[in-house]
Design a binder for this molecule. Sequence first.
Ligand code: FPP
Length: 245
Amino acid sequence: MTAPRDPTALPRHVAIIMDGNGRWAKQRGLPRLAGHEAGARAVKRVTTHARKLGLGALTLYAFSEQNWGRPTAEVDGLMKLLGHYIVAERAEILDHDIRFSTIGDVERLPRPLQDAIADLKQASSQNRGMDFCIALSYGGREELLRAARAAAAACVAGELSPDALDEATFERLLYTSHLPPLDLLIRTSGEVRISNFLLWQCAYAELVFTPVCWPDFGETDLDDAIARFQGRERRFGLTPDQLPN
Ligand code: FPP
């Protein structure tokens, strides 16, 4: 369709619900894991393109808290794939000044994957070209509960007064405190729901849904989503007349 219309008005932070790997595989008579492998190739394609475009941050929903309930073989296959990806893409990430991070309960992940994540986070921590964040064992409700518990604990310890708990303070307790505000959420595969992803952060994000299954998602699809974002009027509760030109 169209290229991003205005390279100076890019979303600061794009998040993607990478959906449709299983259906993509089924349509081709392949096992579900082949869909996830093709999905990993799409991750590389889209991350490289996001960096070229100059996005500030890209967050990908790779594994939800609820995904632990999938068949063991699929969970194990996904864990292996994620581990392989992090090791294989390490040099590429570092060479392109990308800061790697994760959101979610990474302590539930297999130890070798945790170690690979910790290593890449540390090695890339000074990079500023783009934030690349993977949501792993992540749930939006779980993230909010974790932050609420931390705030309550700070109140009990006398370090925080309940009245001083404002949006900025609460945001610092979220997994995403190191990332810019979420401007655009994309979901692939035609499903139209948020599925427990970035519930707080989505408050004023623009939502773009595309029928393309994640393994087929490419550079043009990201360009199209950004063009749709740029065509939206973001009012943040104000009237059109109150908005700056
Ligand atoms: C949702 O599609 C996708 C997932 C639960 C896994 C996403 C994982 C990848 C894209 C591969 C590895 C990721 C990285 C970051 C290297 P689904 O399986 O629910 O698809 P379906 O709804 O068609 O069954």
